[in-house]
Structures are given as C-alpha cells and as structure tokens.
Ligand binder design. Structure first.
Ligand SMILES: C[S@@+](CC[C@H](N)C(=O)[O-])C[C@H]1O[C@@H](n2cnc3c(N)ncnc32)[C@H](O)[C@@H]1O
Length: 192
C-alpha cells in the first residue's frame, strides 16, 4: 500500500459536470433519477441545488472544453491518503481504480472503499469504478498489486456505508485490453 495520490472530486456549488461524467460511465443515458432528478438538477447533501447539462465527448453532447475549464477553475488538487480522509465533508465524490488497485489485502480494499464513502456527507452521491478480478498491473516495468474483487464484494462492502446502490459490470469487448483482469465495475450510490 502506498500513502498518497487519492482521486477524490467533490463540489458544493452548481456543478453538473461531475454528475454528467459519471452518467456517461454507466452508458445508460441520463443520470439515474434516484441520484439526480430529470434535467440534471437536484439538491445535494448540503441543501444547495446543483444543475447542469450532460457533457459527453463520446456522445457529442455539451461543451466539453467549457466543462474542463470550469473544472480547472473550481477544483483543488491535494495529495493525501484515502485512509486519512476526513469524515462527512463533501457533497459529491468519485474514486476510480484506487481501492482495489493498491494492495492484495481485501481488508485494505474494504477500508479504502468505506473511508471514501464516509468522507461524504449523508445523502451525498458518489460514483466509483473498480478493476474486476485484477491480479495487479505493471507500470513501466514496475509491478503493482491489486485485490481481486467483483460485483459481489463491491456490493457487500458498499452496503455497510451507502444507500441507493447500483453496481454494474462493464464488459470489455471484444476482450480486456491486457491480461490480468476480467472487466470493470462501476458503482453509484449515496453515502448513508
Ligand atoms: C490504478 S491507479 C488509478 C489512477 C487513476 N485514478 C486512474 O483512474 O487512472 C491507482 C492509484 O491509487 C493510488 N493510491 C495508492 N495508495 C493510495 C492511498 N493510500 N490513498 C490514495 N491513493 C492511493 C496510486 O497512487 C495510484 O494513482
């Protein structure tokens, strides 16, 4: 396990960009009504109303350049460990390929995933992606460990800290890009 490099994004202001990018991951049209009502506007945990348009470069929707500009303007990047996140702090969260891709220990996978969700205020929506059944990965000749997880383990882990959970497997067609994993899993929900 290493102790830096968390990928957490959050907002407390009018946004829509994060919601939109998460919905395109799920590849099933607009964001789930259970998370953000039709038209992509709704109240986040802090009581503020978020709204926005769907931005998807793949689908040719929205002004992606503008969305990137707004993201750069509004986001602040900080180095930190997913294990040391403050509790109940943010209104929106995303975590991509972190909890399962830093150690071979399922206990650490669970601790990282629950720490991520617990860093959100109660009711805050999140999106997270996981490599499915990963046996580790190589970066420039250096091997990195992973915990092999699937829909079952991810759902079980999120159940203890989240509500409105939807966990979906993303099949790699025609096959995974490299050996050592079987697909990807995307999960959305709300912090309890
Ligand atoms: C497979 S990479 C994913 C990177 C990026 N999120 C992406 O989707 O391309 C796994 C990341 O987990 C980070 N990581 C490892 N241990 C961590 C920790 N304790 N807290 C936060 N991030 C950690 C690593 O630095 C690495 O960037």
């Amino acid at each position: 396990m290493c102790s830096h490099g968390a990928t957490i994004s959050s907002t407390t202001r009018s946004n829509g960009w994060s919601s939109a990018s998460a919905s395109s991951c799920l590849n099933d049209g607009p964001w789930s009504p259970s998370l953000v009502p039709p038209g992509l506007s709704g109240e986040v945990a802090s009581g503020e109303v978020v709204s926005g348009e769907v931005v998807s470069p793949e689908a040719g929707l929205g002004d992606f350049a503008k969305a990137r500009e707004l993201m750069a303007e509004r986001a602040r990047v900080e180095r930190g460990s997913v294990f040391e996140l403050p509790r109940a702090t943010w209104d929106l969260g995303s975590m991509f390929f972190v909890a399962e891709s830093m150690s071979e220990d399922p206990v650490e996978f669970e601790a990282a995933t629950t720490s991520f969700v617990r860093s959100l205020r109660s009711g805050a929506p999140f999106a997270a992606a996981f490599m499915e059944q990963s046996s580790g990965y190589d970066v420039a000749g250096v091997s990195f460990p992973a915990t092999p997880v699937g829909v079952e383990e991810i759902t079980a882990c999120l159940d203890s800290v989240a509500a409105d959970i939807r966990v979906r497997r993303v099949e790699m067609r025609p096959k995974p890009l490299r050996p050592g994993y079987t697909g990807m899993v995307v999960a959305i929900g709300r912090a309890r």
